[in-house]
Ligand binder design. Structure first.
Ligand code: KG4
Ligand code: ZN
Length: 342
């Protein structure tokens, strides 16, 4: 049997420059260069800083992935790159580089949807989800609830109307004095805290949509009020604050996933995005999905956060479906996903 050809995948939509080499559906090598330290002093991702960092990282990152795979770019059969959604300048660096390589070697160029790829990261590690199932993307930039019909057909059931859940974690963490990105610090502190100690408001959003900006604002006012009376309030109650706010953020996601199960009859769930690393979210989802008799799929942490392996696996399914690629691809910062329910 003829062995499938190698394809290269590139991700540069936000603050990670990443490349991966595949042979068919098999991940051969990957490299991720995180820009976290560059953005930390600013308390968030600075688009111009991100573009410049992608520009300096893209060549060494791709070279390193190819070297680890033991091949040169001449041995590639296709190139895949994140087309959107993401930061325009950041997307442009990856896309322009990929296009150059595709033209030089006369290879098909496949544009990949970043959020679909977060879900497809679950097809990097067996056991694979059985489709159709529900999909949940919880990242710093997005919160989407999906119906995953097949690897290339995902229907949006609901999404955030304002902040993404990761953004809410990071902004709340910042108010408590944690460095950016603060989501994981809340997670770590929450382990020693009481999730029932403080009660934060729950957003009232219809259908399967989310809203996370209200809780962020409520948290800020809550702290300001208590700090007036007690200057060391955050320090004295740090673990309880983290556990309580995390319980509320996670609870809002759990409620919507439960509603999506009711609405669709689908009981299995594939999760992706950086917030899928959150230990309380994982436990709460496991509980909900097992109660429903479904199966829960969450990639290992390194494939929850932004990476190129997920772009490569998405490309694998496009290639299987006979997609030919397009050298005229343009970045799409607001790239739409599938179609909306209702
Ligand atoms: O998917 P990702 O790497 O980048 C985007 O596409 O946005 O997600 C990054 C987000 C950040 O908001 C970060 O704080 C959050 O994932 N995050 C966490 C945890 N680990 C990463 N949030 C809560 N708990 C965690 N353990
Ligand atoms: Zn992402």
């Amino acid at each position: 049997m003829k062995r499938p050809f190698y394809h290269l995948a590139i991700e540069s939509s936000c603050d990670e420059t990443a490349a991966a080499v595949f042979q068919g559906g098999a991940l051969i090598s990957e490299k991720v260069a995180s820009q976290e330290a560059l953005h930390m002093p600013w308390g968030g991702v600075v688009p111009e800083v991100a573009s410049r960092a992608h520009q300096t990282q893209i060549v060494p990152v791709v070279e390193s992935a190819l070297a680890q795979a033991g091949i040169t770019s001449r041995e590639l059969g296709a190139i895949a790159v994140t087309q959107g959604p993401g930061l325009l300048g950041a997307l442009l660096i990856g896309l322009t580089f990929a296009k150059g390589l595709a033209v030089a070697h006369q290879l098909p160029l496949l544009g990949i949807h970043h959020l679909e790829a977060h879900i497809l990261a679950n097809f990097l590690h067996p056991p694979f989800p059985v489709l159709p199932c529900l999909g949940l993307v919880v990242s710093g930039g997005h919160t989407h609830l999906l119906e995953v019909r097949d690897p290339l057909t995902m229907r949006v059931l609901g999404s955030t109307q304002d902040d993404a859940i990761g953004e809410a974690f990071d902004k709340i963490a910042k108010v408590m004095g944690f460095p950016y990105p603060g989501g994981r610090h809340i997670d770590a502190q929450a382990r020693q805290g009481d999730p029932h100690r403080f009660l934060f408001p729950k957003a009232k959003v219809g259908g399967l949509d989310f809203s996370f900006s209200g809780i962020k604002t409520a948290f800020r006012y809550f702290l300001a009020k208590h700090q007036q009376a007690e200057e060391t309030f955050v320090r004295d109650h740090l673990a309880d604050l983290c556990a309580s706010v995390q319980a509320r953020l996670v609870g809002m996601v759990i409620d919507k996933v439960a509603s999506a199960i009711q609405a669709t009859g689908l009981t299995s769930l594939a999760v992706g995005g950086g917030v899928a690393c959150n230990s309380h979210l994982r436990t709460a989802l496991e509980q909900l999905i097992s109660q429903q008799g479904g199966a829960l799929f969450i990639p290992p942490a390194s494939h929850c956060t932004d990476n190129a392996a997920m772009i490569g696996v998405a490309a694998h399914y496009q290639l299987l479906a006979g997609r030919k690629g397009d050298l005229g691809l343009a970045p799409e910062p607001q790239m739409a996903m599938g179609w909306r329910a209702n």
